[in-house]
Design a protein around this ligand. Structure first.
Ligand code: AMP
Length: 499
């Protein structure tokens, strides 16, 4: 069997934020820098920008947060009015700087820069094929495979056909910001697994993983890039062309973007993330509400869920009866977050992860003492946070602690852009909800149903990637079940904007 790009846990996965801008006259570096700041939650391991001044590329890629990766002189050296940027998600182990992005390289067919969010499932195959044709690779990531394939196609095709051919060759999840010489492109995989949107600025256009980055630049969201679509920004910032290069019967939008990963103020695939989370909270009350004195979120991830849950709890009782004059629940902050502690996920050992939860969250005694409380969070992955919190809140004097989770149990890893831990580490992989309840020490525990997720996203189950909660993936993954459809390549007439 031919080698594949994804083996559980042993391949670098591109879990990231991407951006591209094309401006009329202004330098692109600073807007790219601000946009990367807005996308910082999508990746903290490294940050990079590549620009083009009409003659040549300029690039700066550094390990660390956006604010640390660039100084004034770096930004000044990045000249040109078009460019792309990237923030990379933290992964276990050390960063190989050759994997940091944007990936940039010059070929006979011109210079290319690439920022990738997602994960290919056949990168190894593509690399082997290209290596046999004489291409030399400097990193082991997917992104370089895409760059080489595209460069090869550009030798004998125009830009649009070259991208289409590459889209026919690579399989898996990808939202790409590409720079070919001074032209910026956005490409979203045919199932639209990772987000990518298009926006208009006063003096140009922008492509970004999330609309919050467009807001930061005082721009207007135009729309999501469609699954299988290529958007080409004109180098002078005056307009854009779009090409529907591949059409599939179904999408596979990642539901977890709305549940956890994306910013609440972003609009993704037509839904404002904050409203979806509140709606998920309302469903959670309808499905498994429990009458307690206090409802409190795990900050910050559980906030929108808890506010929707508490709103619904104040309208109907747990039995679904109108509340009338009966007093409802109190919605309160019962946990304080130390905002200077990073995500617990990047702690390499379980012991460090447990310590990090304690450092990060502290109960407010007066909110919980002598009360029955419901704690709301978006998800349980390893169970570290829930176990620690139940213990902390009980120690602070709560009489009962009920846990409500705004997503279904995570039973399988994510291979397409979100670090979900390995199957062995997932607390729900082989346990019933009752077994998990017992392990985390809660008085009751309920998750949300998959149907509620589809309903809150105004989508059918078939159009979502639910791999982490069903174990069935929309792309081929070795040793995993799949629900893949066949692509129907097409080329449509371009839709144009601007002049
Ligand atoms: P755990 O403590 O392992 O059960 O992780 C659950 C907590 O981590 C929840 O508070 C989530 O908000 C957060 N979380 C969920 N998914 C991720 C992820 N992929 N990376 C980092 N944190 C996450």
């Amino acid at each position: 069997m031919e080698p594949r790009g994804v083996e559980a846990g042993d391949e670098p996965r591109e879990k990231c934020g991407v951006v591209g801008v094309s401006l009329a006259e202004r330098e692109a570096a600073r807007p790219l820098y601000y946009a990367l700041y807005a996308l910082q939650h999508r990746g903290q391991e490294s940050a990079g920008i590549v620009t083009h001044d009409g003659f040549q590329q300029h690039g700066h890629v550094e390990r660390g947060l956006v604010g640390d990766a660039f100084d004034e002189s770096d930004l000044e050296s990045l000249s040109g009015s078009t460019g792309i940027g990237h923030v990379r998600y933290p992964t276990a182990g050390s960063l190989d700087k050759s994997c940091a992005q944007p990936f940039s390289v010059s070929f006979k067919s011109g210079s290319l820069g690439l920022s990738h969010n997602g994960n290919l499932v056949n990168a190894a195959e593509v690399r082997e094929e290209l290596a046999a044709l004489g291409h030399a690779f400097t990193s082991d990531g997917d992104t370089e495979a895409i760059a080489h394939d595209l460069a090869r196609n550009l030798l004998d095709e125009d830009l649009v056909r070259a991208v289409k051919r590459t889209m026919g060759r690579i399989h898996g999840s990808y939202s790409l910001a590409i720079m070919h010489d001074d032209t910026v492109l956005g490409v979203r995989d045919p199932k639209g697994n990772r987000p990518l949107c298009l926006g208009e600025l006063e003096d140009g256009y922008v492509l970004a993983s999330e609309s919050a980055a467009i807001d930061t630049l005082d721009g207007e969201l135009i729309r999501d890039v469609r699954p299988g679509e290529l958007v080409v920004l004109e180098p002078d910032g005056q307009g854009y062309d779009t090409y529907q290069l591949v059409q599939e019967d179904r999408t596979a939008h990642c539901f977890f973007e709305h549940v956890y990963f994306a910013r609440p103020d972003s609009v993704i695939d037509d839904s404002l993330v904050y409203e979806v989370r509140r709606e998920l909270g309302r469903h959670l009350w309808a499905e498994s509400g429990v009458e307690t004195d206090v409802v409190m979120p795990v900050p910050d991830s559980g906030r929108a869920f808890a506010s929707g849950y508490a709103d619904a709890a104040n309208e109907t009782t747990a039995d679904g009866e109108p509340r009338g004059d009966e007093p409802g629940v109190e919605f309160a902050e019962g946990l304080m977050k130390n905002r200077y502690v990073g995500r617990t996920f990047i702690m390499p050992t379980q012991d460090e992860r447990e310590r990090a939860v304690r450092l990060k969250l502290n109960p407010i005694k007066s909110t919980v003492e002598g009360k029955t409380v419901t704690i709301i969070d978006d998800s349980i992955v390893r169970g570290t946070t829930s176990t620690q919190l139940v213990e902390l809140v009980k120690e602070a004097g709560a009489e009962e602690v009920h846990l409500r989770i705004g997503a279904p149990p995570i039973i399988a890893p994510c291979y397409f852009g979100i670090d979900m831990a390995t199957r062995e580490e997932l607390i729900a992989a082989n346990r019933s909800t009752e077994e998990i309840r017992e392990l985390v020490g809660a008085d009751s525990l309920s998750y949300l149903s998959i149907d509620a997720v589809a309903s809150a996203l105004d989508s059918s189950r078939a159009d979502l990637c639910l791999g982490c909660v069903t174990g069935e993936y929309p792309f081929d993954v070795p040793d995993e079940a799949t629900d893949r459809d066949v692509a129907r390549p097409v080329i449509d007439a371009p839709e144009s904007a601007g002049d």
